[in-house]
Design a protein around this ligand. Structure first.
Ligand code: 8OZ
Length: 364
C-alpha cells in the first residue's frame, strides 16, 4: 500500500499526468463534414477538460477506409494535423496532457461512408450485425469484404503514418484502439476472424495484426508515448471470442513485451455491465502487464478512489461524466454534485451539449 490517491500524479511512460482522472475517448460526431477535420469547437471542448490528468481524444480514423460513422475526425491529412495542432496547443496551454486515439473501424461501417461507395474491410466477409450513423440516421452496417493478406502491410503502415501525424500535431502520445469490436478486435476474436492465412486460426495468428500494429506505432514514435485500449470481455459491435482469457492473455503479453506506456481496459461490456462470468478475470490479465493500468467502465467517485488507493488500478477513465462536467477533477476532489449528461446531444450537432456544460463556480 502507498498513499497514492486519485489526485496524485502519475507517469505513464513519458506521459506526465497531474492526477489519475482520465478523460475516456468519446465519439461526438462534430468534425467538419467536408474533410473530417477538428474545428474551433473541438479546441474549446478539449481545452475546457484540460484539468484531466490525461485526455484521450475521441476515436480518430487513420485513413478514409477506417471511418465508420458520419462526422468523426481523421489524422491522415495535413488539414487534420493542423486542426489537431490547435487542440493540443490549447490543452497544453491550459496545463493538460492529451493523446490521440488511433482508429480503424473495419467492418463497422457503411458503403455510403467509404470512398467510392466500396464495401468496408474486415478479416472475413462476416457482417457486424450492428448499426452505424450515416449522417441521416441509424443504418445497418454493410457486409464487409475480407482483406487480402497482401493488403495488411498497407494497413499497418497506415497506423505508422497516423502516429507520425499525431506526433507532428503535438500530442503527448497515441492510444491504439484495439477494443469495442473494431478492426484489431475483429482480428483477435474467433467470431469475426475465419481466416486461413497467417492472420487467422491460432492465437498467434489472430494476434499477429495487433503485434504488427504495436511494432509499427512504436517504430513511428516510441513505446513511452504509446498506450492501448482493449475490451477483452465485450461483445460491442457484434464481436465474440470462444476463449477470451487465452486470446487476450496473448494480446496483453504482446503489449507488455513492447513496453507500452499504459494498458487501458474496458472492464465488462462496453458502456454496460461490469459483471463477468466465471473464469473471466480482468485482474489476471492486468497482472501480465508491468506498465500503468487505466481502468474504465461505469466508475463513480467511490469506486475510482478505492481502485487507485488499493492498487487495483493506476488511473481511472471516465466517459459520460466528462461529457457533462468539464471540471470533473475538481468536482471529484470536492465531492461536489455532477451535471447530468444529455444523451440527445451526444452524437452530432454543435455547441449545445458539447461546450456549454457549466463549471462548478457557474453551477454553484
Ligand atoms: C459510440 C459511438 C460510436 C463509436 C467505441 C468509438 O465504442 C466508439 C464509439 C462509441 O469505441
Amino acid at each position: 500500500m502507498t498513499d497514492r490517491t486519485l489526485f496524485s500524479p502519475l507517469h505513464a511512460g513519458k506521459i506526465d499526468m497531474a492526477n489519475r482522472v482520465v478523460m475516456a475517448p468519446l465519439t461526438r460526431n462534430r468534425a467538419r463534414p467536408e474533410d473530417d477535420t477538428p474545428t474551433a469547437l473541438h479546441v474549446e471542448y478539449y481545452r475546457q477538460r484540460a484539468t484531466a490528468g490525461l485526455i484521450i481524444t475521441e476515436a480518430t480514423q487513420i485513413t478514409p477506409e477506417g471511418k465508420g460513422y458520419a462526422w468523426t475526425p481523421g489524422i491522415y491529412s495535413a488539414a487534420q494535423v493542423a486542426g489537431w495542432r490547435a487542440v493540443t496547443d490549447a490543452v497544453h496551454g491550459a496545463g493538460g496532457r492529451i493523446v490521440l486515439q488511433l482508429w480503424h473501424v473495419g467492418r463497422v461501417s457503411h458503403t455510403s461512408l467509404q470512398q467510392g461507395g466500396k464495401a468496408p474491410v474486415a478479416p472475413s466477409a462476416i457482417g457486424a450485425g450492428t448499426k452505424t450513423f450515416d449522417g441521416t440516421g441509424f443504418v445497418d452496417t454493410s457486409v464487409p469484404r475480407a482483406l487480402e493478406t497482401a493488403e495488411l502491410p498497407r494497413i499497418v503502415a497506415d497506423y505508422a503514418h497516423a502516429t507520425a501525424n499525431a506526433r507532428a500535431a503535438g500530442f503527448d502520445g497515441v492510444e491504439i484502439h484495439a477494443a469495442n469490436g473494431y478492426l484489431i478486435h475483429q482480428f483477435l476474436a474467433t467470431g469475426s476472424n475465419h481466416r486461413t492465412d497467417g492472420y487467422g486460426g491460432s492465437v498467434a495468428n489472430r494476434t499477429r495484426l495487433l503485434a504488427e500494429v504495436v511494432a509499427a506505432v512504436v517504430g513511428a514514435w516510441d513505446a513511452d508515448h504509446v498506450g492501448i485500449r482493449l475490451s477483452p470481455f465485450s461483445n460491442a459491435n457484434g464481436v465474440s471470442d470462444s476463449d477470451p482469457m487465452t486470446t487476450f492473455g496473448a494480446a496483453v503479453d504482446i503489449v507488455d513485451a513492447a513496453g507500452l506506456a499504459y494498458l487501458h481496459m474496458v472492464e465488462g461490456q462496453t458502456g454496460g455491465s461490469r459483471d463477468l462470468p466465471a473464469g473471466q478475470d480482468i485482474a489476471a490479465l492486468r497482472a501480465r502487464f508491468r506498465g500503468v493500468y487505466i481502468a474504465n467502465n461505469g466508475y463513480d467517485r467511490t469506486m475510482a478512489m478505492e481502485a487507485v488507493a488499493s492498487g487495483r488500478a493506476d488511473a481511472v477513465a471516465f466517459g459520460v461524466p466528462f461529457i457533462a462536467n468539464p471540471d470533473l477533477v475538481e468536482r471529484l476532489r470536492r465531492n461536489a454534485p455532477l451535471n447530468k449528461a444529455d444523451r440527445a446531444t451526444f452524437y452530432g450537432g454543435g455547441a449545445e451539449g458539447y461546450t456549454d456544460y457549466p463549471m462548478l463556480e457557474a453551477a454553484d
